[in-house]
Design a protein around this ligand. Structure first.
Ligand SMILES: [Cu+2]
Length: 69
């Protein structure tokens, strides 16, 4: 398991938090997701063999938000 803190731009309300949280939780190998709206971060615990970080970031962008590297 790995933990990554991903900086996300464009989240403005609880709806955004839910959208990101639900989308990431649906990915194979994602164990937990914690989104901090104020900080603009998503902390993800995941198995990188099942869902590499690039896939997780792509999923966030698919939801309409920007990942800041
Ligand atoms: Cu929102």
């Amino acid at each position: 398991m790995e933990t990554s803190i991903i900086k996300v731009e464009g989240m403005s309300c609880e709806h955004c938090v839910k959208a990101v949280t639900n989308a990431l939780n649906a990915l194979d190998g994602v164990e937990s997701v914690s989104v901090d709206l104020t900080a603009g971060t998503a902390t993800v615990v995941y198995n990188p063999d099942k869902s590499p970080l690039g896939k997780i970031k792509a999923e966030i962008e698919d939801q309409g938000y920007d990942v800041v590297d």
